[in-house]
Design a binder for this molecule. Structure first.
Ligand code: ADP
Ligand code: LRH
Length: 480
């Protein structure tokens, strides 16, 4: 049987990886060619991505991957590099957790009220949306010199191929796309004085994105020509494409640095109620909408673990499982947890301020975080169903959090629904499958999902206990 290899470059906020997917009739195997840390750097100018280290990791990964039929790149959303008139990168891309957007949304809403902005773009309010970042950059020397903006996966694709484009699923996180037309919102751009000419032309998942440059072939030892294929370049779009759901009655939670919890829909939900609940309408594959809420996710734990001097995660989770559940919970959707630093103290402060027992040991803090995430998952899954009028029977959990059995079980318990956990590397699988599809190897989205369900290892968690405990915890948070 013929099997074709594809390289998926998947850059998460905590690590980057180059994965090789082997695809054939009824076959889908994923192996890791190379994984590297993604470590942001604080300079006097603020918090930056070390994009050159990431690009070096990509080249190392492509070398380790060996011969492939195509390459696809996805990464976290909203962030970007600015290029000058010669196509050279102007500075290191700013990290979405940088403080430069503080106070900027309020300024934008004075020109274009938040309600109108939501009705036009369907995007959640998050201070880091590209739109707010652009307004924050206005007036800087760097922005004055900028002639082109490339989102992170598009920037790496440009370095690999020399060709510029703006992939649609990730473009939808800029807050400059209309989710109904799936094109630029000229009205929003005009009202806010943003020049859409900064963006390269839109491309869609499956579109060709050039060939690896001769210098890249030389550095990676690959024999050309090697095409690069546009994929769902927003990591969450790729991850949702690989959710192994048999029909449309499912919710998903992409768990990694973030938890992205919601539904796949065929049309956006732009109601005022949806805006108040801070749901976002990001674009997915094949005309789908990713209707979801951003939850702080395992970032809360990553930051605590960093603060505690990097203890081993397995031991910490075993201890956390023995701590009595739901003693204290924090609002895991609260943007107060966005910035790095002092996380155990910030969590303790939030518990104290809401009159709950203050978790003390690392195991107690970890339990508080996992209970709080499960509770936020419950709220997002319930709110999304209600706001979209789209009921579900199952919650699919994908991403790094699938390796956290306690989190998966708590999520099942909190939602009162079965959780199907896996695949762990969903974004890379979605990336591979879109490439394979562009080359005629797999069918539509449903066919891609069937292939994932048949070939990847999945774990089912049945809900246990009474959801009344979770309802009570929810009420406790709401009364704060
Ligand atoms: P991102 O793509 O945002 O960088 P990942 O999907 O790679 O994130 O998920 C990273 C998270 O997965 C880690 O922060 C950690 O909480 C969790 N994780 C990774 N490995 C394990 C493990 N062996 N056991 C439990 N949790 C794990
Ligand atoms: C997850 C993610 C998420 C965005 C955030 C900035 O990696 O792409 O979907 O909201 O990063």
């Amino acid at each position: 049987v013929e099997v074709t290899s594809y390289a998926a470059v998947d850059l998460g906020a905590s690590s980057g990886r180059v994965m090789v997917g082997r695809v054939g009739p009824g076959r889908l195997e994923l192996t890791e060619a190379h994984r590297f840390r993604n470590r942001p750097v604080r300079t006097p100018d603020g918090l930056r991505w070390d994009v050159l280290a990431l690009y070096a990791g990509v080249l190392d990964g492509l070398r380790a991957a060996g011969p492939v039929a195509s390459v696809g790149v996805d990464s976290w959303a909203v962030d970007h590099g600015l290029l000058d008139a010669d196509g050279a990168l102007l500075g290191n891309p700013v990290h979405y957790r940088d403080a430069r957007t503080e106070g900027v949304p309020e300024k934008v809403w004075a020109t274009l009220p938040a309600g109108e902005l939501y009705a036009a773009t369907g995007l959640q309010y998050a201070p880091f949306n590209t739109l707010y970042q652009l307004v924050a950059a206005r007036g800087t020397a760097q922005f004055a010199a900028a002639r082109r903006l490339l989102l992170i996966p598009d920037l790496l694709t440009y370095w690999l191929t020399g060709e510029q484009g703006t992939e649609l699923t990730n473009a939808s996180t800029t807050q400059l796309i209309d989710p109904r037309t799936r094109g630029w919102s000229r009205r929003v751009a005009d009202r806010l004085g943003i020049d859409l000419g900064l963006f390269a032309p839109l491309r869609r998942p499956g579109d060709p994105a050039g060939l690896l440059r001769p210098e890249v072939l030389e550095e990676t030892g690959l024999a050309g020509p090697v095409p690069v294929t546009a994929v769902g370049s927003h990591d969450t779009a790729s991850a949702v494409a690989a959710v192994p759901a048999p029909d449309e009655r499912f919710a998903y939670i992409c768990t990694g640095t973030w938890s992205l919890a919601g539904l796949e829909l065929t049309a956006p939900v732009l109601s005022e109620e949806s805006r108040a609940a801070n749901f976002t309408n990001e674009l997915g594959l094949d005309g789908t909408v990713r209707y979801l809420r951003n939850i702080m996710g395992l970032w809360l734990l990553q930051e605590c673990v960093r603060d505690w001097g990097d203890p081993e995660l397995g031991g910490l989770l075993t201890e956390a499982a023995r701590v009595p559940g739901l003693r204290s919970v924090v609002d895991a959707g609260d943007a107060a947890f966005l910035a790095p630093g002092r996380m155990p103290e910030r969590i303790a402060e939030a518990c104290r301020a809401s009159g709950q027992p203050v978790p003390d040991s690392p195991a107690e803090v970890t339990r508080c975080i996992l209970d709080s995430l499960a509770l936020a998952h419950r709220r997002a899954v319930a709110d999304a169903q209600r706001l979209a009028g789209h009921p579900v029977d199952v919650v699919h959990v994908v991403g790094g959090g699938t390796r956290n059995a306690l989190l998966c079980q708590l999520t099942a318990d909190a939602c009162g629904l079965p959780v199907v956990a896996g695949p762990t590397e969903a974004a890379a699988l979605g990336n591979v499958l879109v490439q394979a599809r562009a080359h005629g190897l797999v069918g539509d989205l449903a066919g891609m999902r069937r292939l994932v369900a048949r070939t990847q290892s999945l774990t089912r968690y049945e809900p246990t206990g009474d959801t009344a405990r979770w309802r009570a915890a929810e009420a406790r948070l709401a009364d704060r």
